[in-house]
Design a protein around this ligand. Structure first.
Ligand SMILES: [Zn+2]
Length: 479
C-alpha cells in the first residue's frame, strides 16, 4: 500500500486505467458504424486537447470533471464547509451510461464521486435547447426580457419548439434502450445560443458534482443518491430530506462558483438564471434516464417535478417565475420522450432530415433504423403478440409461446421459453433489483440466439419480447 493514499484514491486510480480502454473502444465502435465524421471530430478534439495540455494524463471529460470539482470545492469552502472534509472527497467521470452519478463512502472516511458521461451528454441536449430561450431574455435586457419570456411561454414557445427537444431525447432513449449506448443528434444554433447552452450545461455539471460532494461533506453515509437510478446501486430506503439538503447546498455552491467566474463580466446577468436552470436540467436528465431506460429503477428519490419544486420554493421569486416557465416545456418534452406505447411521439427520421434545427453525423440509413426500432417499441401489446406470432414462423415456435406467456403475466416462463437460463431469469424478475430495458433486450437476444433464431430476426424479436416482458415486470413490483 502506498503511504497516505485513501481508499477512494486507490479506487480512483483503477478507474482511470479503464478510461483509456474505453476511448479505444469508442473509436472502434465509430469505425464499425462507418461514422467517419464523429471519428474525425473525436480525433481532432483529442489532438487539440493534447496540444493544449501537454502531457496531461486525462481525457477531456475527466479533465472537465476535475476542473469543475476544484471550482465546487472552492465554492463550498467559501460557504464555510471545512477544508479537511473537502480534501477527502474525490471525483471522476465514468463510462457507464445507466448510472448518472453516485457517491461511495469508504470505511476510512474518504468518498469517491463518480459522474457518468451520459449525464453530461443529456445535460448538453437540454442546455443547447434552453440556450434559445435564455438568449431571448439576455438580448432584451432583464425587464423587457422577462415580459417577452412570459409571453413566449403563454404561446407555448419557451426555449424553442418542444418537438425538437422531444426528438433529441427520443433519439438518445431509443439508442440506449436497444444498443445500450449514448448517442446524440446535433442541434444547429447561432453562436450566442451555443454559448449560453454551454453555460447551462456547465451549471448542470457543477450542480451534479456539487450535489454528490454535498452528501460527503454533510456526512451522509449511504451510497444512494437521487442521481443514481442504476442497477448497480443497492435499493435502500431513500431519505428525501437528505436529497433536498444536498440539492440546496449544491445550488448555493453553483451560484457561488458562478459569481467567482463571472462577477464584473458581461456574463454576470446570466449567472442567476443559469444557476437555477443548470440544476433543473440536471434533475431532468436523471428523470429521463430513470423513466425511459429502466424497467424497474432502484431509487426512491422524488420525481423531477417535486424535486424541482422543493428547490424553486427556496429561491428568489422572479427567478422562480422564469425557471418555472422553462420547466414547463422541458418537463413536457422529457415526459413525452419516455413514453413507449401507442401514444408515443415516435422518432421520425424524415422530419429530422428536413428540420433546419437538427443535424446528424450518422448515415441516413442509421436514422431510419432508429425510427423502425422506435415504432416497434411503441406498438400495442396485442400487435406485439401478433408480430411475434409472425416472426415465429421463421424464428421458432418458442418466440410466440413466450409472447403468450408474457401477456398472460408469466414473465419468468416467457424468459425460459426465449432461451434465457433459469438463473438469469430469476435475476431479471426479482422485483427488488433495478433493471435496465437494455439488459432485458440483451439477455433475451442471447437466449434466442442460443435457441437458433436467425440473425435477421434476432434484434426485432428480442426488442419486441423485451417490451412484452417489460410491461409485465414493471407491474409485478412487490411480487
Ligand atoms: Zn443524492
Amino acid at each position: 500500500m502506498s503511504g497516505g493514499e485513501s481508499m477512494a484514491e486507490r479506487k480512483l486510480r483503477r478507474l482511470l486505467v479503464n478510461r483509456t480502454d474505453q476511448l479505444a473502444h469508442i473509436r472502434e465502435e465509430l469505425a464499425r458504424l462507418g461514422d467517419h465524421e464523429s471519428l474525425r471530430q473525436l480525433d481532432a478534439s483529442m489532438a487539440e486537447w493534447q496540444k493544449s495540455e501537454g502531457a496531461s494524463p486525462y481525457d477531456p471529460a475527466t479533465a472537465l470533471m476535475r476542473h469543475v470539482t476544484e471550482e465546487m470545492k472552492t465554492a463550498l469552502r467559501d460557504l464555510g464547509l471545512p477544508q479537511e472534509r473537502l480534501d477527502t472527497v474525490f471525483v471522476c467521470s465514468f463510462p457507464q451510461d445507466d448510472v448518472s452519478a453516485q457517491m461511495t463512502p469508504f470505511a476510512d472516511g474518504s468518498g469517491l464521486v463518480e459522474v457518468s458521461d451520459s449525464i453530461l451528454t443529456l445535460a448538453g441536449l437540454y442546455g443547447q435547447f434552453s440556450g434559445i430561450g435564455l438568449a431571448r431574455i439576455g438580448a432584451r435586457g432583464p425587464v423587457r426580457g422577462l415580459f417577452e419570456a412570459l409571453r413566449a411561454a403563454r404561446a407555448g414557445a419557451m426555449g424553442g419548439d418542444p418537438a425538437v427537444l422531444t426528438a433529441l431525447l427520443r433519439y438518445y432513449n431509443v439508442n440506449q434502450r436497444v444498443y445500450g449506448k449514448s448517442a446524440k443528434l446535433g442541434h444547429r444554433a447561432e453562436p450566442l445560443v451555443m454559448e449560453i447552452g454551454s453555460l447551462v450545461t456547465l451549471q448542470a455539471a457543477r450542480f451534479v458534482i456539487g450535489h454528490e460532494i454535498a452528501h460527503h461533506v454533510l456526512g451522509h453515509r449511504t451510497p444512494m443518491s437521487a442521481f443514481s437510478p442504476g442497477e448497480h446501486v443497492p435499493a435502500c430506503s431513500g431519505d428525501q430530506r437528505l436529497e433536498l439538503d444536498a440539492d440546496l447546498l449544491a445550488h448555493r455552491a453553483t451560484v457561488r462558483a458562478s459569481e467567482r467566474e463571472f462577477a464584473g463580466t458581461e456574463a454576470e446577468p446570466a449567472v442567476q438564471f443559469s444557476s437555477v436552470l443548470g440544476p433543473l436540467v440536471a434533475m431532468l436528465a436523471v428523470h429521463v434516464t430513470e423513466q425511459a431506460l429502466f424497467v424497474r429503477s432502484g431509487t426512491t428519490h422524488p420525481p423531477a417535478r417535486i424535486r424541482a419544486k422543493l428547490l424553486l420554493d427556496r429561491i428568489d421569486e422572479r427567478e422562480q417565475q422564469v425557471a418555472t416557465l422553462f420547466l414547463g416545456s422541458l418537463l413536457t418534452a422529457t415526459e413525452r420522450s419516455a413514453v413507449f406505447d401507442g401514444s408515443a411521439p415516435v422518432f421520425d427520421w424524415e422530419w429530422v432530415d428536413r428540420s433546419p434545427d437538427l443535424l446528424s453525423t450518422q448515415p441516413q440509413e442509421y436514422l431510419r433504423s432508429i425510427t423502425v426500432l422506435d415504432r416497434l417499441q411503441s406498438r400495442s401489446r396485442d400487435s406485439l403478440v401478433e408480430l411475434m406470432e409472425r416472426l415465429a414462423e421463421d424464428a421458432g415456435s418458442w418466440v410466440a409461446e413466450g409472447a403468450r406467456l408474457a401477456i398472460g403475466g408469466n414473465c419468468e416462463s416467457a424468459l425460459w421459453s426465449w432461451g434465457v437460463d433459469a438463473e438469469t431469469a430469476a435475476v431479471l424478475v426479482d422485483s427488488r433489483r433495478a433493471l435496465l430495458f437494455h439488459t432485458l433486450v440483451d439477455e433475451i437476444r442471447t437466449g434466442l440466439a442460443k435457441r437458433g433464431t436467425a440473425d435477421s430476426a434476432l434484434l426485432g424479436a428480442s426488442v419486441a419480447a423485451a417490451c412484452l416482458a417489460g410491461s409485465g415486470l414493471r407491474s409485478a413490483a412487490g411480487r
